[in-house]
Design a protein. Structure first.
Length: 101
């Protein structure tokens, strides 16, 4: 018994909206990165749903590249957050204005 396409699209849309709200409302950099990961996973779910519906491998190949992008974003983003925390002693995105001394 297969899950209908519209259920997967609704779930992907809800996950993307939750991630978008988290990025816009939260100020903690770690939480913002987690919300970006949630948005990327929602896009992956949508790609997989359409790939299964159309019986093509294109969506699964795109998901592979999005996962590579997400891993690189997490590694580089976490390194930047750690470096900023060591210099500024805060994780709040509003307090990290690099133009001020």
């Amino acid at each position: 018994m297969a899950i209908p396409l519209h259920h997967l699209l609704i779930l992907g849309g809800l996950l993307f909206c939750i991630g978008l709200v988290g990025v816009l409302l939260k100020r903690n950099l770690i939480v913002m990165f987690l919300c970006i990961e949630l948005m990327l996973n929602a896009a992956n779910l949508t790609f997989i749903a359409f790939a299964r519906q159309l019986s093509q491998m294109d969506g699964q190949v795109i998901v592979f590249f999005v996962m590579v992008l997400a891993a690189a974003e997490a590694a580089v983003g976490l390194a930047l957050v750690i470096a900023l925390y060591r210099t500024r002693q805060t994780m709040d995105a509003d307090d990290l204005n690099l133009m001020k001394l």
